[in-house]
Design a protein. Structure first.
Lengths: 113, 113
């Protein structure tokens, strides 16, 4: 079946290093992708989004890359900080119809001091 | 910064009882959603709501669930007869338009005993 998923459930990164979080999706009709950050006991917090007509989008310290050929999405965090420790979810939605996000299982990022 | 607010933050109820979870979406948003997250699992879509009616719902959203926008600001999720497996975090979200950034509330932790 169609699904959104992340490659690794956990990622440990040294403070100051760059982080790369990966996500594979199988729904070729998906047209809109989002990365969310979730801290313990809180709701998902929007990080960055990208539409299928783009392959790269940059925000503040974050970059999302989309490779539609291999159905792969990644989130890069530059100069990772302790406050970046959280669970990161990728999510997708089809362009048509209603806004129903399908979330992946999440990657837990732990930043080492 | 505008935010989605949810009340209560934690609700404990006995199996078979009715619960109402409340949400105040962002004021100029038009689309409203409920998601749930069972502990340690991914976020799952329940229902979307637009123009005072349900626009899409998942298999989880059965006859025990209902949503309502009783006035111009509140958006509620009602579970008529709670089951143990309804225990989860319930997140409300809203968007200004379809396929735009979804803002999530902090969630209501529902515990059914």
């Amino acid at each position: 079946g169609e699904s959104v998923g992340l490659h690794l459930p956990t990622l440990s990164v040294q403070e100051g290093d760059n982080s790369i979080i990966n996500c594979a999706y199988s729904n070729s009709a998906s047209d809109y992708f989002i990365w969310y950050k979730q801290e313990s006991g809180k709701g998902p917090q929007f990080i960055i989004d990208i539409r299928s007509n783009m392959d790269k989008r940059q925000g503040q310290r974050v970059t999302v890359l989309l490779n539609k050929t291999v159905k792969h999405l990644s989130l890069q965090i530059a100069a990772t900080q302790p406050g970046d420790s959280a669970v990161y979810f990728c999510a997708e939605n089809k362009a048509s119809g209603d806004y129903k996000l399908s979330f992946g299982a999440g990657t837990t990022v732990t930043v080492r001091a | 910064e505008p935010e989605v607010t949810q009340t209560p933050s934690h609700q404990v109820t006995q199996m078979g009882q009715e619960v109402i979870l409340r949400c105040v979406p962002i004021s100029n948003h038009l689309y409203f959603y409920w998601y749930r997250q069972i502990l340690g699992q991914k976020v799952e879509f329940l229902v979307s709501f637009y123009n005072n009616e349900i626009s899409e719902k998942s298999e989880i959203f059965d006859d025990q669930f209902s949503v309502e926008r009783p006035d111009g600001s509140n958006f509620t999720l009602k579970i008529r007869s709670t089951k143990l497996e309804d225990s989860a975090m319930y997140f409300c979200a809203s968007t200004r338009q379809v396929n735009t950034e979804a803002f999530f509330g902090q969630g209501t932790r529902l515990t059914v005993v």
